[in-house]
Write a protein that binds this ligand. Structure first.
Ligand SMILES: Cc1cc2nc3c(=O)[nH]c(=O)nc-3n(C[C@H](O)[C@H](O)[C@H](O)COP(=O)(O)OP(=O)(O)OC[C@H]3O[C@@H](n4cnc5c(N)ncnc54)[C@H](O)[C@@H]3O)c2cc1C
Length: 397
């Protein structure tokens, strides 16, 4: 693989390359020329430079190097001083890959005071845990987390690196892939190993969700993917013995460090429906944005979150983060209540693995009833108010 190299001694900072680059990939940082992640190696800058300070170098990772990459890594996401459930989902996904390629599974802990989580990971099947702790990593920032992860990868050369496609994973894992110049398949719905080539097969929707693409990364390492939450069960307790913990110093030398966290505040009305144990979802049958109040009241009473079909979102009745389905969120709550939702294949793709599905629909032939554990044929404007009343009455007892 190629890279643009800068000879800083020859570079006069004339900026001709900056003007010539069609991708805005060249900038000046700390009074030095810098190639950023927009670079697609077109080589125009090399031809433009009058001093010969730029060159295109091949083979950052050669084919021969690939065999030296071993191990299946997962990013063990932690927030609010605890491991997130997605950390155990990724661990389980990694363990499934291990069955096919037999390589060790390692968890990656990044943060401040996070070493304490290592034994939880090994107790659930991780062979080892790499830890980078630093006060600079206390709060998530793309730059610092990407640097820490890239540093570990460059040193220990894993074969596969996976992370949940959460807000955090989606934010920094692409930067890691760009830093180490490998590929990344984002937002996968499944991963597995090709039996012949032993390559990671990464499955994700494409063409607006109309096709499922299977993607492999043949020539570069590590093979990297982010995976939608709830596509894998959490790993269970296996008591893997003593934790093998590898602690690494955080190398801050290449950080720009131009962000200071002044204050951290939890945003009001943030929607994290993937983590809710109960979801009450409304579809086109809700008929009007103000009727979502009824859906919200039921969800609140059950300590749950509000979901929606794409029809409701597209109608502007509720914002996109609530959308469940192929082009929305994938959820797996303990209880999913579908209200006025027909049950299209695209909606089912995002919720059909929920533990218990209740459907309320006035059409007895609605496809949602085929996946429902409990189906109520009726008008939501009659059924939901009764449910709300009964729950309130029961709470008073
Ligand atoms: C590429 C692609 C991606 C997509 N991604 C998604 C996605 O992520 N999520 C998603 O949801 N959809 C998605 N869709 C859209 C999907 O195909 C459906 O159009 C959509 O799910 C329909 O939403 P709905 O069930 O709310 O509406 P409808 O299909 O119109 O169903 C409304 C239902 O409400 C019932 N109803 C009406 N009034 C009442 C009442 N008063 N009481 C009880 N029941 C009532 C009706 O009987 C009907 O079954 C996608 C489509 C495509 C092509």
């Amino acid at each position: 693989m190629a890279a643009i190299k800068i000879n800083h001694e020859k570079c006069t900072l004339c900026k001709l390359c900056i003007d010539a680059c069609p991708f805005g990939a060249i900038e000046i940082r700390d009074e030095k020329l810098f190639i950023n992640e927009n670079c697609n190696l077109c080589g125009i800058c090399v031809k433009t430079c009058p001093e010969g300070a730029l060159s295109k170098e091949e083979s950052v990772v050669s084919f021969a190097d690939i065999s030296s990459y071993k191990g299946i890594w997962f990013f063990a996401e932690n927030r609010d001083d605890k491991l997130c459930p997605v950390a155990f989902e990724m661990l389980n996904a990694a363990l499934q890959l291990k069955r096919d390629i037999g390589e060790d599974v390692a968890g990656i802990l990044i943060g401040n005071n996070v070493k304490k989580f290592a034994s939880e990971l090994t107790a659930r099947g991780a062979d080892k845990v790499y830890v980078i702790e630093d006060s600079m990593l206390e709060h998530f920032q793309e730059e610092t987390y990407a640097s820490a992860m890239a540093q570990l990868i460059v040193k220990h050369k894993p074969n596969i690196v996976i992370s949940a496609a959460t807000m955090i994973g989606r934010a920094f894992i692409p930067a890691v892939a760009a830093k180490i110049r490998t590929g990344l398949t984002a937002d996968c719905t499944d991963i597995g190993i090709d039996p012949e080539t032993k390559l990671l097969v990464q499955t994700r929707p494409t063409f607006g969700g109309n096709l499922m693409a299977k993607i492999i990364c043949r020539n570069h390492r590590p093979q990297m993917a982010t995976i939608r939450p709830k596509m894998f069960e959490e790993s269970s307790d296996v008591n893997n013995g003593q934790p093998d913990i590898i602690i690494e110093e955080f190398d801050k030398s290449s950080l720009l460090n131009n962000i200071a966290i002044l204050k951290k505040e939890r945003m009001q009305n943030t929607v994290v429906i993937q983590e809710a144990e109960v979801i009450v979802s409304g579809g086109r049958g809700v008929n009007d944005p103000k009727n979502f109040e009824m859906i919200r009241e039921l969800a609140d009473l059950l300590g749950g979150a509000v979901g929606a079909s794409r029809a409701a979102v597209d109608s502007g009745w509720i914002p996109y983060p609530h959308q469940v389905g192929q082009t929305g969120r994938t959820v797996k709550p303990k209880i999913y209540i579908a209200c006025g939702i027909s049950g299209s294949i695209q909606h089912l793709a995002g919720m059909q693995t929920s533990d218990y599905i209740i459907a309320i629909n006035k059409d007895p032939d609605a496809p949602i009833f085929r996946v429902a554990n409990l189906g109520i044929v009726g008008d939501i404007f009659e059924v939901i108010p009764v449910l709300i009343k009964k729950i309130k009455e029961a709470r008073k007892c």
